[in-house]
Design a protein. Sequence first.
Lengths: 238, 235, 180
Amino acid sequence: MKHGLAAFNVDRSERYEITASLLSKQNKELDDQLSIFQDRLIEFAKDHNAELKENPDFRMKFIKMCTSIGIDPICLFDKERHLFDVNDFFYEICVKVIELCRKTKDLNGGVISFDELHKGYFEKFKVEMNDLQRAVEMLEVLDGGFEVFTIKDKKYLRSVPNELTNDQTKILEVCSILGYASTSLLKLNLDWKPVRSDAVLKEMVANGILWVDIQAPGETLYWDPAWIARSDFFRMSL
Amino acid sequence: MGQGNSKIEVTKADKAILQLKISKDELHRYTKHTETLVFNERKRLKSLLREDPKGGTKNPRARILLKKIHYQSRLLDQAADQLINLENLVATVEFKLVERQFMAGLKQGNEVLTRLNREFKGAEDLMDSVAEQIAYQEEIDQVLSSSVVGGFEEELDRELEALDQEVNGTVNVPENSAIGAGEELGLPDVPADKPVVSPEMPSTGELPRIQDPDKAHERAGTQTKSEPQRERALA
Amino acid sequence: MTENLPPIYNFPPLYTCQPNVLIREQQLNTWCDLLLEYAKNNNAWCINQEGFIMGTSESNNNTIFKNESIQRAAPAPFIDQIWRKMLQSQKVVKSSSGVYFMLWRTIDYWSSLMLQWFETCGKLNQVVTLYELLEGDESLNWEFHGMHQSLCEECLQRLCDRGRATLLKEQNKVMGIKVL
């Protein structure tokens, strides 16, 4: 059926297919090799735990090498066997926490819930909630403007050095229930005068802690961005 | 804009193929369109029958719809045939183009071959003259070898050896001296323009000449030896 | 159509222009990401100012800027801002007819992908129509299959600029291309 150039096309495409399959095979092999190498490296870290613990220079170089080939240092730690110095493990978590806070600062005005942190990154590496809390405690000691506060049994981390006022904390508290706050809601729950609510809410918007929503029926709503992570959680659990 | 700038030329054949392909595309589009049409109408027919399971088969609308579907699918078949025809045509044209390239390549190859062959004609003359030269060389060789015919060589060897022993005192490797003698023997003969073979040529008159270079060498040796002496005397 | 978008799509204040400049910047960036993601998920090459997908005859009475499930819609001036941001970050190209071509990949990426197609399918040094390239059976499994013609012209122009191709016109309309 195929005359003319089409006859050549078949040949050619076959040839290209072979190259393509060869290339993908090579790619796969390289990937395999890399993952094997990564596993070995982790094994190595476990076997030579003592030396790594003793020699900080060696340890630093080793961690550097691991990051350069794509191993997150967190997965090198093994709490049960006290791999490396346990403190190093928490330091690594601290670094990640700071990184995440910086990344999300413009989205949530520097206030992030522990749940968000945990779900956003640490869950993948089997870092537990209390590990995270311990690491953040260490951050607080550093006095870098990090502060932990609790709203309705939920812990939050504030990474911008701006003291939250009592009123602001209360509003966040309200937000943790429905995801938003409004003047009428504050009047109902806290018996605040609309002027007071308005002032605090506006200020929080200016600080970037809350987002305005003027399309709700009736009145303006003020949303806490932490809602996004929570709704994601609902969607996944459904 | 691209047409003006780029150097890739667009031939008439390209234009023709473009026209062909455009009509092919048009057909392709038509078949796609008709396919969806038929599909949709089939769906409609099915829903029609489902709605009215009893009178559905007698429903004139259903009949018309079915007829329409048949008509459309016949058109579709025709279009598909035409599409195949067009595709074949495009393929043949493209193949012809390749063939033309192939012919051009063949022609060029042929030209090169003939040109090379023409050059080989000169090579024939060259070969002739080379053969002549070789023949000439052989002639010379013959003359040379015949100039030392008949046991004379052995005599020469023996005499050289004796001389060598006389000069160096040791028994020399005979081959060396033989070669040396040969060279010295051969050299004076080459300038003889007429290679006339004459048996009288190897006369004993040549013998002193063989010895001569040796003696001259000796003399030269004494001279060089005496020179520094003279210099010393001068000093 | 909007099912696979990240949860922030259902965040009600996303549809209100935020007064805080930093936050608004973040909000606009979020919208840009959402638009590209939306276009990629739905193979929407072409979206108009109001957020409707162009070119597909199927039910497109939904705009991305309106979220029925939470009863929110971005107002027109804010949509303007979003498009401006998209243009500014070169995630979109505005056509002469006023619609936007979504670039979830860059034009350069598309043009090299097309070049790859020409090479692997043995289409070098022969005339190929744009229809054949975009709608033909031979490009079915390629990501650019179904691309809008004028966007495709833009991509092919890159190949011409590199001296690899020439466009063939028919009645002042680009119909085909020849790649070396």
